[in-house]
Design a protein around this ligand. Sequence first.
Ligand code: ADP
Ligand code: MG
Ligand code: MG
Length: 882
Amino acid sequence: MKNLLGGKGANLAEMSSLSIPVPPGFTITTEVCTTYNEIGRRAVIALLKEDVENAVAAIEGVMGTNFGDSENPLLLSVRSGARVSMPGMMDTVLNLGLNDESVLGLVKRTKNERFAWDSYRRFVQMYGSVVLGMKPETKEDEDPFEEIIDRLKAKRHITLDTQFAVQDLQDLVYDFKDAVKKSTGHDFPTDPWEQLWGSVVAVFNSWNGNRAIVYRKINGYPSDWGTAVNVQAMVFGNMGENSGTGVCFTRDAGTGVNEFNGEYLIDAQGEDVVAGVRTPQQITKMGSERWAKLARIEETERFEAYPSLEERMPKIYKELYAYQEQLEKHYHDMQDMEFTIQNGKLWILQTRNGKRTGAAMVKIAMDLLKEGELNEKEALLQIEPNKLDELLHPIFDTKALKRANVIAQGLPASPGAATGKIVFFADEADKFKNTILVRIETSPEDLEGMHLAKGILTARGGMTSHAAVVARGMGKCCVSGAGALKINYKKRMMTVGEQEYHEGDWISLNGSKGHIIEGKVATMEPSLSGEFGELMELSNKFTAMKVRTNADNPKDAQIARNFGAQGIGLTRTEHMFFEVDRIKAMREMILADTVKGRKLALEELLPMQRSDFEGIFEAMNGYPVTVRLLDPPLHEFVPHQLATQKELADDLHISLAAVKNKVAELQEFNPMLGHRGCRLGITYPEITEMQTRAIMEAALNLKAKGIDTKPEIMVPLVGTVAEFESQSKIIRETAEVVFAENEDKVEFTVGTMIEVPRAALIADAIAEKADFFSFGTNDLTQMTFGYSRDDAGKFLSVYLAQGILKNDPFEVLDKEGVGQLVNLATKLGRSTKPNLKIGICGEHGGEPSSVAFCHDSGMDYVSCSPYRVPIARIAAAQAAIK
Ligand code: ADP
Ligand code: MG
Ligand code: MG
């Protein structure tokens, strides 16, 4: 029904069938909108004319008024409503049907001059803005109607619309009409039918307005959906002291607590409550008292000036309370409702499933389950997995955020909130107590500093840039790719437009929105309420896939375990080499000219790697751990600054020239496609040997302590069977040597990443040799699209804005293209090895729609950063239920 009638129209129809008082009306379907786009205004009006006239006549019958009548006019509201709510797409036109004659009829019938002229001036303004295109395009442009209102208010020395005298309202109507004539060259239409068709067509047109097109593209809604048009009799909240209008929620949208709440205004219409000119009043007495306390308003003043609806109109309140209960029960979800009171009679104008915070989402779903309103599957399906993120990171105080000055926008790379003083160098991240590390981009050398900083901000790089991936793994707030920042490392400052920000200045980051905020914003700890745990427990009942984590150290492994991860799907061994004591040995290894020299350096690294693995295996006690052999190009490990190059030369007792030579030698034009992955292990087999030895010795040491480990060794960047076989042979032979030395053994497997398109194409042959597959979808996406992960930020934002891509493919798995390779490789792999274990370890493993894809393609597990484990668990359960 929503597809045809739009969300608003469908719910209005449903409410009226539940005998809830909804003003009579009708809905022109979304199909008509599509037809309009094909046949145009004149033909569509001809098509609709008879039906619409009959429908209006039916409303007249119910209301006892006549559309276009000058004595007893029926007034209408014309409202848009797509399948899904599309905020800001189009405004509503209220009080349609008024003209210079019928306004007098309205005065006579209602004996309320003020009300009639107030309605009229509202109508002319709305019609002018929405239908005649006089709404300003940008924030800078003046709204011609608001200008007229402001001028008159200044003249009368008043601040509120309600303070206008009748004469003022009449003046507004005439001034508005003059403005219309000036702007459009035509008189304001007096014929109600012309007004009605004008509004209907304006709603249709809004579907193809720029704003709506952009909104659709971003959200992936097809352009052929169209919008419905709701035409409805007006009910009036602006008839005086016995009338009003408001919005309400069946539960608290911030906390989820089951408390009816909302706001209203006496003698008001439409969006007055949210417009912020008058102070809205609370609906419940409890809410009103709570509000007064925060606003520091004494009880006597509260009761006199801002009484709750419960106190002011107890009968209406009771009725409203009953409807909200009924509607929530009917929709089995928290409702967000709009209502109007006309002369002591309550009308419901809208209901929809209310928007809510992550915390409220969890609480409401679990409460509805306990109340018997939802069954277990329904409760799980009500969770938007991504919103759980809010529960896993520190958050800004909502009130503080309202006053925040957002100076620039970047990508919401890692959610959460961070406030700190600016530092521009990773090794100075502890210069102040709380710091935000601001970099053009980050590199593995910055790891320690990133860890120390409260948040990370980069001018370059996308959602899978180094900064973004590492920050998400750390659960640290990060905004990446903020192109508006100009960073000057030398002067230790950055500029945004004209404004300068220096080292030590306070800034704040909203990692969930990508906002960069000037100054300090208060944060609060997230509250992991009991319902959250219950929800995760519930998901286990339904999940088919396992959820593992990507973790490179025992701490992350432990965090992920606490979030319910069942193993590690990816341990990146390179991160282990960046710590101060190790990077030196690593550089020695790289700079060695001989195999012997290299082996000596690797021997230094061996015990360090071994103890790292012991820590990780121990944290994952009993669960599988996939370790990936060294992957990144070696040039990432050598120093690029003169000072550090000198230091290294001194350390190793070699000439600076030799160091520089080696660095130049390692330089690659295209490191992403260069000497990395298994290509390293093939050219430097000693590295693979050392890593295998470290893994096996760690496992044996733990075994001696009674801790069960089952390492899964993973070869990166394989594109041919021979590549895999070369590495697999070294691994197996090294393992045998270690086992012989120790006279003991552990079980292990050797598998491969599938991240080069060629590997996906020959997956049947690879599967004959490999024990498991793990899709490295970051690289697979990079190579399938031919977009460099490190450079894509420059054009991806344009692609997304223009709708050339619907999603950032590094964030949401591209099912259409990359997904085909995944499905193909899965099918081919299992054709030669039917129970081949298959998982994913790219960033996509924590993205809900990608998790659903993985489920459908038959994977055994997904693996994601620790803080996304709960999200993946819910997404996996939902995929299994659907
Ligand atoms: P939105 O989609 O932005 O919520 P609506 O179509 O709900 O827009 O209209 C905005 C407001 O106009 C409503 O909240 C309500 O206050 C008012 N309104 C709409 N239809 C009517 C009506 N039939 N009678 C009185 N007020 C109405
Ligand atoms: Mg509404
Ligand atoms: Mg890779």
